[in-house]
Design a binder for this molecule. Structure first.
Ligand code: DGL
Length: 272
């Protein structure tokens, strides 16, 4: 047994979709969450900038003594390097491989869609894993950067007219393909809008939640290493962000589906 916390990071609030699942499936685990709210969004950044940010995010989590790191961010996962993974010294998962493997398993037609940030779409990270798992598949991708801002600003209610208008536009390429049966929500912010996306695409399209898949993969890794916290303890989540603490708890509570009880602290990520 290993009682150290699990480290989870994202550019902002999206990674909480992974935390929401971790709390459900590993309730005894403590979690250290870092949301880089001072530098969100990651999606439009260059590879070099992203790698610097991601290395600092990882360094911060390591300084907190975590036993595993989850990049609960499609953009960070898609731009991860072996050098950064080697610097962790603890097991790691991103969201790309678990989500793509799940999609490959779910799709019957082999026509799979990916929506993500511009940096993730450009990296072709999802396409590469999908092609390896399902060589005959056809992948259609579309960058949906405005979804990140809509979620960060709490525009996620089912009837929100602004979010619906944006979603209809972004989902056009997928609505045109009647054979498409699986859509990867390739940015961890996007499952927050899954009710709206499902309403537009219809029930024949299976939506893949990358944070959820990464949480399940992390559980299997910890189990295989005998590193789960099997004590009676009720897990606690500590939240760290790189900008204003005000407003974080409210928006985070919407994603988590329950009020934020753990401590929320601001850190200077540039010093890591
Ligand atoms: N949640 C993120 C992702 O999964 C990042 C979105 C952004 O910061 O642009 O890609």
């Amino acid at each position: 047994m290993d009682t150290r916390p699990i480290g989870v990071f994202d550019s902002g609030l999206g990674g909480l979709t992974a935390v929401r699942e971790l709390v459900k499936i590993l309730p005894q685990e403590d979690i250290i969450y870092f949301g880089d709210t001072g530098r969100v969004p990651y999606g439009p950044r260059s590879k070099e900038t992203l790698r610097r940010y991601v290395q600092q995010d990882v360094n911060f989590l390591i300084s907190k003594g975590v036993k595993m790191i989850i990049a609960a961010c499609g953009t960070a996962s898609a731009n991860m390097t072996q050098e950064i993974i080697d610097s962790m010294g603890v097991p790691y998962t991103g969201v790309v491989v678990p989500a793509a493997m799940k999609a490959a398993k779910c799709s019957k037609t082999g026509q799979i869609g990916v929506i993500a940030t511009a940096a993730t779409v450009r990296s072709k990270a999802f396409d590469n894993v999908l092609k390896r798992a399902l060589p005959e598949c056809k992948v259609t991708s579309n960058a949906c950067p405005l979804f990140v801002a809509l979620v960060e600003n709490g525009y996620s209610d089912f009837n929100n007219p602004v979010t619906r208008l944006v979603a209809k536009d972004y989902l056009q390429p997928f609505m045109k393909n009647p054979d498409l049966d699986t859509l990867i929500l390739g940015c961890t912010h996007f499952p927050v809008l899954s009710d709206i996306i499902a309403d537009i695409l219809g029930t024949d399209v299976t939506l893949i939640d990358p944070g959820k898949e990464a949480a399940h993969y992390a559980k299997s890794v910890l189990q295989s290493l005998n590193s789960c916290n099997t004590s009676e303890h009720q897990g606690v989540c500590h939240y760290y962000i790189s900008d204003n603490v005000e407003g974080f708890s409210e928006n985070a509570g919407i994603i988590l589906g329950e009020p934020v009880l753990g401590q929320v602290e601001k850190i200077e990520i540039d010093t890591y």
